[in-house]
Design a protein around this ligand. Structure first.
Ligand code: PHE
Length: 345
């Protein structure tokens, strides 16, 4: 803004006026707290009708030298103010964005008081409740592998080779080792074998787990489902102990107004064998599973002397039990992972 040539007095007044208006303009732009306020301030400070722009009209009264000097000063002031406005705009935009992010912030790890962040799946809940009931009755919990040998799943359990009973299990074989030697366990009964071959008796244990059959999924069947197995082996165990245990479990799990009954049946690994049903307070029956006295051949296959040890075993499906308890009528709903279904339980 300096100029070596002498300024006429009118030019000096205008230069001073430009300086004053520029100072006011800077303050005004800096004071804008929102983008809307900034837009209004900008119009007022550097717009066509602003006092600063209005000074242009007074340039005509100056001599050419003064016009050039003041004109330069005026343009410089307007440009400087526009730069200030631009800078302020960037600041306000960043601030607005920060505020928006803060307002829309969603902490996915946050636990809202009174609202649980998540919960166990319906089937897991059922497994834990069943374990609790059996542990309360003096049982321990055991587990076995989901991929099993043919021997654990069938052979040791007294299924003769090529016996039609095997066909009832719709077995899924795994391409591992000799053909037919490795499979996805079709029931939790092979865990009985693992328990009996793993440590000396007595045994009082339950074995929950996932089992597999090549079934087509429908409302009452899934190719993957869950069972819980029970095994008791000790001296002098009788069929009365089996019936009493089933009934004690029924009352502990479902309630004192439920009863159980046994119906003669057949499984290669128990003799005698039975199916057990529970009766609801309204008199209707629910088929739960199978049970029986551990077959002497099974004890012998596992290295136990059948003259010294006797026992019983039972096994039943968990998924149907869980949905029956909650009034769900399609087994598939358990496994489609629809959050609207899952959050109900
Ligand atoms: N493993 C049998 C089943 O799938 C049930 C069962 C278990 C029967 C234990 C008798 C004893 O279906």
């Amino acid at each position: 803004m300096t100029d070596e040539s002498p300024h006429p007095a009118a030019g000096d007044d205008l230069i001073a006026e430009i300086g004053r208006l520029e100072g006011e303009g800077r303050d005004r732009l800096a004071a804008a707290a929102t983008l809307d306020e900034l837009r209004a301030a900008e119009t007022a400070v550097v717009g066509k009708r602003s006092p600063l722009t209005g000074l242009r009209r007074r340039l005509g009264a100056l001599d050419p030298e003064g016009r050039r000097t003041v004109g330069k000063a005026l343009n410089a002031a307007l440009e400087a103010l526009e730069a200030v406005a631009e800078e302020r705009r960037a600041e306000l935009a960043a601030e607005a964005r920060r505020r928006q992010l803060e307002a829309e912030r969603l902490d996915l790890t946050e636990v809202t008081p009174g609202r649980p962040a998540g919960h166990l799946h319906l089937v897991t809940q059922a497994i834990e409740e069943l374990e609790d009931v059996f542990v309360g009755m003096g049982f321990t919990v055991a587990e076995g592998p989901e991929i099993e040998t043919e021997w654990h799943n069938f052979g040791a359990l007294n299924f003769p080779p090529d016996h039609p009973a095997r066909d009832e299990y719709d077995t899924l074989y795994v391409g591992w080792g000799e053909r037919g030697s490795t499979l996805l366990r079709t029931h939790t009964s092979p865990v009985q074998v693992r328990v009996m071959t793993g440590s000396p008796p007595p045994y009082y244990c339950v074995m929950p787990g996932r089992v597999f059959r090549s079934d087509t999924a429908d409302a009452t069947h899934m190719p993957v489902f869950h069972q819980i197995e029970g095994l008791v082996v000790d001296r002098d165990i009788t069929f009365a102990d089996l019936a009493g245990t089933i009934d004690a479990f029924t009352k502990a799990y479902f309630g004192g107004d439920f009863t159980s009954r046994l119906r003669a049946s057949y499984f290669p690994f128990t003799e005698p064998s039975a199916e057990f049903d529970i009766q609801r307070p309204d008199g209707t029956w629910l088929e739960l599973g199978g049970c029986g006295m551990v077959h002497p051949n099974v004890l012998a296959n596992c290295g136990l002397d059948p003259d010294e040890w006797q026992g019983f075993a039972f096994g039943f499906g968990i998924d149907r039990l869980a949905i029956a308890r909650h009034g769900v009528d399609d087994l598939r709903d358990l496994f489609t992972n629809d959050i609207r279904f899952l959050t109900q339980f």
